[in-house]
Ligand binder design. Structure first.
Ligand SMILES: Cc1cc2nc3c(=O)[nH]c(=O)nc-3n(C[C@H](O)[C@H](O)[C@H](O)COP(=O)(O)O)c2cc1C
Ligand SMILES: C=C(O[C@@H]1CC(C(=O)O)=C[C@@H](OP(=O)(O)O)[C@H]1O)C(=O)O
Length: 394
């Protein structure tokens, strides 16, 4: 089984990611991993921390001469900011000001719920791990999953379709989304420059007023054959697994598959994707002779991939750290105070999209490993190609 986990606090020495269950023989491209990490750091609206960090994954194990060897892959990502925090982090309980204590919890962050749960006098202990700094480690792990998927012809990419009230307002093609990932400048990771300018204006507005803004990203998986995931058990359905994976990202508050949200207010005949035969789909890899003219299902029916692009949207709430903070209560005096403010992002939709690509890639890779098996990539490719041949002949 393909599994991954992360460790590390935002201002601790390093983040760690481990990935196990990868077949042997997958080429690991360090440049690709670091470019994925670079993409997660970008986007208009990020705070000062992104000028301090330059993320790179140091691979410690599981790779030899540039290829996976079937053993767990461990990666370390240094936190450059750590050196500015070494005297601060070993917190002595009680001295709030000296130790960057966060003693007036921020509504929307993990501060209050986490302090209550773990019996901490100071939310610093909680927010260090709650911080989306952790998503950098997920992106390193996701890059490895992407390299496995790529070896089978499956690609994962994302774009931004809403920031605040500004939206893309049209469907983007796979080619447009794929081309975005190659750009050397990232503004809001939107395929349309006019919509992107409107999104930038949303960020500028909150920058002026000391507020924050959320939005929606879309992750697309291209080239996945039908038959990955299963309807047979609730916890093996691809839709459920993707929803959990993307929802687990910091600040994501809703996940949509295909046109799931608008489908709820439409009639069936307007939603479902009629099935044709002998017409190769315009997009996709033409795995079978069955075709669809539209993809409202988002590439999944019955928890099983149907051969169309898998389309997952993540809805982000606005960032909770506000320059003009909401009301809170002091942990020390229990008096009403303004919530804590510290350096913060104001818009992270493009970065969250990149982190969600990683989560989607890891989820799809896990299901692909389960379906096609194999201890080496060669064995897996043989199984994969044999299955593709079988469904072509269906
Ligand atoms: C890429 C990324 C960067 C983030 N940066 C910040 C930030 O600078 N300040 C902040 O308050 N929240 C930030 N967040 C969101 C918090 O981490 C998140 O709201 C918090 O951990 C509570 O979790 P929840 O929103 O999922 O309930 C960021 C989220 C992502 C995905
Ligand atoms: C460090 C990252 O994002 C951080 C996520 C984050 C939060 O509360 O989630 C708060 C901020 O941390 P800091 O106070 O150190 O600036 C962000 O910068 C990152 O994305 O790599």
């Amino acid at each position: 089984m393909l599994r991954f986990s992360t460790a590390g606090e935002s201002h601790g020495e390093s983040l760690v990611a481990t990935v196990s269950g990868m077949p042997a023989g997958v080429a690991v491209d360090q440049e690709f991993v670091d470019r994925e990490l670079w993409r997660r750091q970008k986007g208009y609206g990020r705070g000062g921390r992104m000028r301090i960090e330059k993320d790179t994954a140091h691979i410690l194990s599981g790779v030899r001469h540039g290829k996976t060897i079937g053993s767990p892959i461990a990666m370390v990502l240094a936190n450059n900011d750590w050196k500015n925090w070494v005297d601060i982090l070993p917190v002595e309980v009680g001295d709030a000001t000296k130790h960057k204590a966060v003693a007036s919890p921020r509504p929307g962050h993990a501060d209050l719920a986490g302090s209550l749960k773990y019996d901490f006098p100071d939310a610093r202990y909680v927010l260090e791990r709650a911080s989306a700094r952790e998503s950098a480690a997920r992106v390193a792990a996701g890059a490895v999953a992407k390299m496995l998927l790529r070896a089978l012809g499956v690609e994962v990419a994302s774009h931004v379709i809403r920031v605040g009230k500004a939206e893309l307002g049209r469907a983007a093609t796979w080619e447009e989304i794929a081309a975005l990932q190659l750009k050397d400048e990232v503004l809001l990771n939107c395929v349309d420059s006019e919509a992107e300018a409107a999104m930038k204006a949303e960020v500028d507005a909150v920058l002026r007023t000391g507020d924050t803004v959320g939005g929606v990203f879309e992750v697309v998986v291209h080239g996945l054959p039908p038959g990955v995931g299963t309807h047979a058990n609730w916890d093996e359905r691809m839709d459920g697994l993707l929803a959990q994976a993307v929802m687990s990202l910091q600040a994501v508050k809703a996940v949509e598959l295909g046109r799931g949200v608008t489908a709820a207010e439409s009639v069936g005949s307007a939603v479902h994707d009629a099935i044709g035969y002998e017409g190769a789909p315009e997009e996709g890899r033409g795995f079978t002779k069955f075709s669809r003219e539209q993809n409202n299902a988002g590439g999944i029916e019955g928890g099983i991939s149907n051969g169309e692009d898998v389309v997952v949207r993540g809805y982000l709430k606005p960032i909770s750290t506000l320059r003009r903070p909401l009301g809170s209560v002091s942990f020390e005096t229990r008096e009403p105070v303004k919530a804590a403010y510290e350096r913060s992002d104001v818009c992270v939709v493009p970065a969250a999209g990149v982190a969600a690509e990683a989560m989607v890639a890891l989820t799809v890779a896990r299901l692909v490993v389960e379906k096609f098996g194999g201890d080496s990539l060669r064995e897996m490719q043989r199984n994969f190609n044999g299955y593709c041949e079988q469904i072509r002949a269906y």
